[in-house]
Each structure stands twice: as C-alpha cells, then as structure tokens.
Design a protein around this ligand. Structure first.
Ligand SMILES: [Ca+2]
Ligand SMILES: [Ca+2]
Ligand SMILES: [Ca+2]
Length: 499
C-alpha cells in the first residue's frame, strides 16, 4: 500500500491530469449512495459487435475513449459529469450493450480506520495492525482478563456499559475493595482504562482510538488495587489471576510488577498456564540496566519491553534474557477516564499491544497453547539490534500481520469434538461436555479420558465428565485427551482441567 501511495503521489505532482475526481450518485444497481469517478463510465458490449457499431452506439454525444479493457470487451468512456447518470441510461437501453456501469471507488481494507485519533496511533501502523485485520476470516470472540487498577467501562470508546452482551467489559470484579464493581474512582482507574483501550477500544466507530482487537475481544475487568490508596498488593493480584482462570479467559494481561518474585503470584500464573491461558506481562519501567521484573520474568510468561515510533527500545524499558519481544510503549494514544484520551509512556502499554495480538491469534486458532502463542509472536517479530535475540529487544518488535500469516494449520472446527467449558474448572458437581461434532453426527454412546501420558483414566457411558478417574478421585490439573464415540464414529480432542 505504501508503494501505491508513493506512486500515486508522483503522478499527482507531475501529471495532474491523472487526478481522478469523484462524485456520489445513487447506484443504479443497489439504490445505495455510491462514490464513483465523475467523468467516466464502463460499457461492456455483447460479443461480435464491430468497432464501427460501437462508435455508432455512442449516438450524438461525444464520448471519448479513456482506455479499453480488451480481454473483457469493455470500454472506459469519458462523460461529462453532468450527464453521468443519463449516459448510463443511454447505454443500458441499447440491445447490443451487455451492461453499463459507473467506475466505483474501492478501498484498501488495510487502510487506517475512521477513529478520530487513529492517525496518532503510530503503534497500530508499526505493528501492521490493519493488515492483520484482513486476515481474520472465521475468527471467534476471545476473552481477555486485564489485572489492573480499575476500568472506566462507561467510556464512549468501550460502548458505554458493563455486563451487557454488547459491552466491551462483559464482566469483572474488584479484589482491591472486595466488591463486584471494578470501575474504580478516576484517576485511580486511569491505568486500566488506558491499557484496555489499547487492547479493545472500539475501532471504526468514528470516535476516539482503534484498539487492537477489532471487535473480537471481550474484557474481564479485574481490579486489584483499592480505591482509597491505590495500593497494589500481591495477594490481590494472585486472587485476580485465579478469578480470571475460573472465568475461562484465554489471555491474561499484567501491566504491573515488582522486583520481587512472589511465590503465590507464580503459583497463580502456573495455574493459568496449565489452564491453557496465554499470560502477557510488562517488563518494567526502571531502565535498560535493570533486570526484567516479576511476573514478566516468570517462566511461561510473555515478557514485553517498550519500543518507540522509530523502533528504538525506550530508555525506561527493563531488559534481560526473559524479554520475548518489544511493542509500542512510548506516547501510545489511548482511552482515559471521562471520555477523554491521552498518550502515556510505559511497558504497561507495550504489554496490551502484545496481549491484543495474542488474542487475535487465538481468535483464529483457539486451541493453541501459551508456548505456541509465544513462539508465533517471537518468530514473526521484526528483528532489531542486530540479527537474532538480544536482551534489550528480545526477538524484535511485535508484528501483528506477520503473526497471523504464520499460524500453524488448524483442523476445521466442525471436524472435531469441542469440550465445553474449556478450560474445565472442577467445582462442586461441575461437568465438562464433549460435544458431538456436526460432521460426525450420531448420538454419544461412550467416552474415554486419557492422561497426557496416554493412560486410560476414565471410561464413561456418555459425553459428560465430572473430572474424576475410575477410582472416584478428582484428577490433577493439566491436559487430558478424550475419545468420544457416537453411533456414527469417533472423535478426539483435549480438555484442560483445573482444580
Ligand atoms: Ca469497586
Ligand atoms: Ca474508536
Ligand atoms: Ca535482534
């Protein structure tokens, strides 16, 4: 697209005759308002019409030929803009003409969305976000938990509201104040509102900014600091992560951290990873010479540093062998409480860029594991600071478009049995259902559940499992394979069980 714009710009300067002027007309085919070239129409003749006859069909009007599309037997004819519609009618009424139509204006779908401040979101351009949006066919909604200081879910660019089917924030909780409302009191909720704008501000709604998600992410707003002091306690973070696991999210974003590796926080993160949840965290803002903070530095977490509009790693970004990649984190334009917008700095904003792209990956391939998602993100990043991994930029700067171009081939979802819910959090009387795939059909007659090591641990007479083995004991957290047998055949898949 860039090449096209440069090419077009040269002609606009040196050859103004090439400039196409457009006009809006009522489209004769659809009746809708259409933007078309104001000085030309396309005419397709029926077969075997001679050139002499084609000229005769123009009648008394002086139509010039701008160009021909010979293989299609179409002429592009110049018309006076005031007679555009009447010229179309003239040709359409001729029996030797197959059709006549205006020269419609098309759009590059990768072009910048219409959000007011999209032009200020250099980060979206840097990571080729709009190209990525063209690769989302068949995508499904992804649930992302943000663990943060509160969320102005009433902001105009989140659709305004909470716990509704169209709300960006579909649910949440406040562990800082132990209540069910995670809105916080501005400016306490500023950070979470900024982070979530990068992930999921509504795009192409003619206002505000464009989030990475392109409408595919629903946010679980998990508030972990308290309203009175804004203090962020490790115990609340662990509670928040556990809650996110229980709600079946696919991605957790942690734009927070400290220099201290809390064991309780690590235990919560390990449990999330075991439940097949991708965990993304900010590297920290204390400078390049400071090691990556926790939880970003825990194994299995995708640690993200911050880059700027020139693809330089920012001076505040922490570094080390745990850095997976960097993403825009300097002057990142995003939502701010009270229907306003700001451009904060921080690895806190690089992390949601990455979490948002992880969610786009999972919107197409929902069963990828956290380590697969991490590999896709690092393998597709734009390498910085010399070839290969370096402790400042990791594997390079996030590239959303390339990430979506390099997904492993997936099985068609209708061919396989899908477990619901997945992850399956074992509760009192909780059950997971192995759904009969539409293409297989039949009625479920039996299921077998296997450990990840391949040992048969449970034989069932239907397609519901309570998470117990044949001895009646609830099994350990982890991945389990199952084989579902119906009257028509068999289907296999895996389920992630969390105790
Ligand atoms: Ca509250
Ligand atoms: Ca918007
Ligand atoms: Ca490098």
């Amino acid at each position: 697209m860039k090449r096209f714009l440069i090419f077009f710009g040269v002609f606009a300067v040196f050859s103004p005759l090439f400039a196409v002027e457009t006009v809006w007309i009522t489209d004769p085919k659809t009746g809708k308002q259409a933007e078309v070239a104001k000085d030309r129409i396309l005419v397709k003749y029926k077969d075997n019409i001679s050139q002499t006859r084609k000229l005769a069909l123009r009648g008394s009007s002086s139509f010039g030929t701008i160009k021909a599309i010979p293989d299609l037997n179409i002429d592009v004819l110049r018309v006076d803009s005031s007679s555009l519609v009447s010229s179309l009618i003239h040709f359409q009424s001729q029996s030797e003409v197959e059709f006549a139509e205006p020269d419609y204006v098309l759009q590059f779908y990768a072009s910048r969305p219409n959000d007011t401040y999209a032009s200020l979101q250099y980060g979206n351009d840097k990571i080729s976000l709009y190209d990525a949006w063209d690769k989302l066919s068949g995508a499904r909604t992804v649930k992302v938990a943000d663990i943060d200081d509160g969320f102005d879910y009433n902001h105009e660019d989140f659709g305004g509201g909470f716990r509704c089917s169209t709300c960006t924030f579909y649910d949440g909780y406040d562990f800082g104040d132990n209540d069910s409302d995670p809105i916080g009191s501005a400016p306490v909720s500023a950070h979470g509102t900024q982070v979530c704008g990068i992930i999921a501000a509504i795009s192409n709604n003619n206002q505000g900014v464009a989030g990475v998600s392109h409408g595919l992410v629903q946010i679980l707003g998990v508030k972990v600091s308290d309203d009175a002091t804004g203090t962020l306690l490790n115990s609340n973070v662990a509670l928040g992560i556990n809650y996110a696991v229980s709600q079946g999210v696919q991605v957790i974003n942690l734009s927070l951290g400290s220099a201290f590796p809390s064991s309780s926080e690590k235990a919560a993160i390990d449990r999330a990873l075991a439940a097949n949840i991708t965990v993304v965290a900010a590297a920290g803002n204390s400078g390049n010479s400071v090691p990556v903070s926790y939880p970003a530095a825990f194994p299995g977490v995708i640690a993200v540093g911050a880059s700027d509009s020139n693809d330089a790693v920012t001076s505040f970004s922490q570094s080390g062998p745990e850095i997976a990649l960097v993403a825009p984190g300097k002057a990142t334009y995003t939502t701010y409480p009270g229907n306003t917008y700001q451009d904060p700095d921080g690895t806190s904003f690089a992390s949601p860029y990455t979490a948002g792209v992880a969610a786009l990956i999972l919107s197409i391939r929902p069963s990828l594991t956290p380590s697969q998602v991490k590999s896709i993100l690092t393998n597709s990043a734009d390498d910085l600071y010399g070839a290969g991994f370096d402790t400042l930029s990791g594997y390079g700067r996030l590239n959303a478009s390339r990430a979506l171009s390099t997904l492993p081939r997936g099985e068609p979802p209708e061919d396989i049995s899908v477990p619901t819910p997945n992850p399956f959090v074992v509760g009192v009387g909780g059950r997971v259902t192995f759904r009969v795939p539409a293409q297989l059909g039949g009625t479920a007659v039996a299921s077998k559940v296997f450990s990840s090591g391949g040992h048969l641990i449970r034989t069932l007479s239907g397609n519901e499992w309570d998470g117990k083995n044949d001895e009646g004991n609830t099994v350990a957290s982890g991945v389990y394979f199952y084989e579902l047998e119906t009257t028509a055949g068999k289907s296999r898949n895996k389920v992630f069980l969390v105790r």
